[in-house]
Design a protein around this ligand. Structure first.
Ligand code: GCU
Length: 621
């Protein structure tokens, strides 16, 4: 083991060498894009399935025939009317209509289990603004996207949960623009996540699509935060021809702060100053946010930001220099309801995070297993919930493939650059339950180092694997994962009493042998229960609410015995769709480990956890 750790450390130093320069998003960052003025392209889109990818290759694999080129800027009906012998086998203008953003699972009953390629088209008029630049930004397309505007191919993006943008200056016209997106949810073993997960693949254009018109030179990437030493820091990168030596003004009006810096040759400017006494630091009890403004040339940028420090002291996590126990819950980005889709609306995020905060007395959420939408992160900032944010490096990834590493690093950068102004986010997770191998270790260490390069003020974590051994009478659980050395916070998913043969009455006597110098989290634990399925008596069966409640009592009792436990995010707040779960009459396509049902009914275990958190909170006061 020592040799493995030495090799890892060596790999770590090698991997951060320039040869492994930071992988950045293709295209602009457009920080706080959701607060920038924009033309929102949500609404009526037409869609057309293409299971055989007819629009991507001819039947012999060559170029796509004219009659199948759905990305062309062609008025098919007009051409057909003018040339009756013309052969078109699509017409995006006349195709079915759906309201986007939303996953195609809810477009029609037939689409409920569709995985593959769907073509989308949006027609729109635009206000042309000479001298300005326009970017087309997608909040997310699951899984891969190829985009055309007025017949011009803009490019592609891979990864279902992070934003991307293309410059469309000069491509727009005033009337009848034709935006075509090929959205493909099919994943291979070379994708992230891989094809097999334990959640529903919500294919489609699942987040906002907006046109942002900005000045020729504008604030593209802006990172404003309280650094670990309590000072306020801002790093700005301008995009545009006039970026060199341009003065940049930073203001926090409520604090009477105004600072100016001059951008360097590459358009980068930075600020660092003491935080004023009257600044109220962000915390779950007091999620104070401030409007921060930047101006450069005639560009105006703003974000709503909280200021706080997150640091470590041995096995303690310190928020604003005070130890904090993370009373958490995990959740997927899925709406409440019997027929959910991928969550989009702020109101839905507020509802679920409100349930966690007010109902469970939580101060922490693990947003699993992929970057959730801006709506969720901003709601966590506003409501005061600390966040674990993660990229979908989940189970088996092609760790030995450099291209897979490259695309994963890009996803990580896209996530961090989109969200690093969110005070709520305390830690970035680089993966979940990934099997130990040399290739995997190197892969994960690279990701951990990327996090430290992109955001040295936050903590790195991952859901690690545990080992079990018998030491005399004792049954001992250890963290047998070499990745433990590369993360700041140790986290494990534990399911003793649900998976495996342990009885609930046995788990209390499990001994956890853990490194003492690092905080330890239960990133998951949980048991399934179908709402309303009850069984009184001494040993209720699995999937009853009674068993789930007993499971929580036993696991929380075990947690009480772990000195370095700094928090937890049980699995999971709400029952969620999973194609892997098919026990008739109980699961029926749902993972039933929620503390509430898919429609929000509270199960017995909800109060068991809420009560435990209430007493934890009282202890901390
Ligand atoms: C795993 C995994 C989750 C999954 C859960 C479960 O640990 O991380 O994505 O849903 O266990 O089995 O319910």
């Amino acid at each position: 083991m020592r040799l493995v750790r030495l090799l890892l450390a060596l790999a770590a130093t090698l991997l951060v060498s320039p040869a492994f320069a930071q992988v950045m998003p293709n295209g602009p960052v457009l920080s706080a894009a959701d607060l920038r003025a924009s033309q929102d392209l949500s609404g009526q889109w037409t869609w057309s399935i293409d299971p055989y990818r007819d629009g991507q290759a001819g039947f012999h694999g060559g170029d796509v025939g004219e009659g199948h080129r759905r990305f062309d800027d062609t008025d098919v009906a007009g051409v057909r009317a003018a040339k009756p012998l013309a052969l078109y086998e699509y017409d995006m203008d006349a195709a079915s209509v759906a309201t986007l953003p939303s996953s195609w699972l809810t477009h029609s009953a037939q689409m409920r289990h569709y995985q593959g390629l769907v073509w989308y088209q949006r027609r729109f008029d635009a206000i042309l603004d000479p001298g300005k630049r326009t970017f087309l930004r997608f909040g997310a397309v699951n899984y891969a996207a190829e985009v055309w505007l007025n017949g011009t191919r803009l490019g592609t993006h891979e990864g279902g949960f992070t934003p991307f943008a293309f410059e469309v200056t000069g491509l727009l016209r005033e009337k009848g623009n034709r935006l075509v997106v090929a959205a493909d949810s099919q994943r291979s073993d070379r994708d992230v996540p891989p094809p097999v997960t334990d959640w529903e693949t919500y294919g489609g254009i699942t987040r906002d699509v907006r046109l942002h018109t900005v000045s020729g030179t504008f604030v593209d990437d802006a990172w404003v935060r309280m650094a670990a030493d309590g000072t306020i820091a801002a790093s700005v990168r301008l995009n545009g021809e006039d970026r060199a030596n341009l003065p940049v003004r930073l203001a926090i009006p409520e604090l009477g702060i105004i600072r100016t810096a001059v951008a360097g040759a590459t358009g980068e400017a930075s600020f660092r100053f003491a935080s004023p006494k009257r600044l109220v630091r962000w915390s779950p009890e007091r999620p104070r946010l401030y409007r921060v403004e930047l101006s450069a040339g005639d560009d105006r940028w703003h974000d709503i930001v909280g200021f706080r420090t997150v640091t470590l002291r041995g096995s303690e996590i310190l928020l604003n220099d005070r130890p904090i126990f993370l009373r958490g819950i995990s959740l997927h980005e899925e709406e409440l309801g019997a027929e959910p889709s991928r969550m989009v609306l702020h109101a839905d995020a507020e509802k679920l995070l409100g349930l966690a905060k007010e109902g469970l007395n939580a101060n922490f959420v693990r947003l699993a297993h992929y970057p959730h939408g801006e709506a969720m992160l901003r709601a966590a900032d506003r409501l005061g919930l600390i966040v674990w944010s993660e990229i979908p490096v989940y189970w088996r990834i092609a760790f030995d493939d450099p291209q897979v590493l490259e695309k994963t690093r890009r996803m990580l950068a896209e996530m961090i650059l989109r969200d690093r102004n969110r005070a709520a986010i305390a830690m970035w997770s680089v993966g979940n339950e990934t099997p130990v191998s040399e290739a995997r270790n190197g892969f994960m260490v690279q990701l951990a180092n990327d996090v430290r390069q992109l955001d040295p003020d936050r903590l790195v974590t991952a859901a690690l694997l545990t080992g079990r051994e018998q030491r005399g009478e004792k049954r001992v659980v250890t963290i047998s994962d070499p990745l433990a050395d590369a993360v700041d916070i140790l986290a494990v998913n534990t399911y003793f009493g649900w998976y495996g043969s342990d009885r609930l009455e046995d788990i209390g006597s499990l001994v956890w042998d853990l490194p003492e110098n690092k905080p330890f989290l239960f990133s998951e634990f949980g048991a399934g229960a179908k709402f309303g399925l009850r069984e009184n008596g001494p040993s209720p069966g699995k999937f009853t609410e009674d068993y789930q409640a007993n499971y929580y009592r036993a696991t929380l009792a075990m947690a009480d015995e772990i000195p370095s436990l700094a928090g937890m995010s049980p699995w999971i707040l709400k029952d969620f769709r999973s194609p892997r779960r098919q026990l008739p009459g109980v699961q029926d396509g749902w993972n039933r480990k929620g503390l509430v049902s898919e429609t929000g009914e509270r199960k017995l275990a909800f109060d068991v956890l809420a009560q435990w958190y209430r007493s934890k909170a009282a202890e901390a006061r």
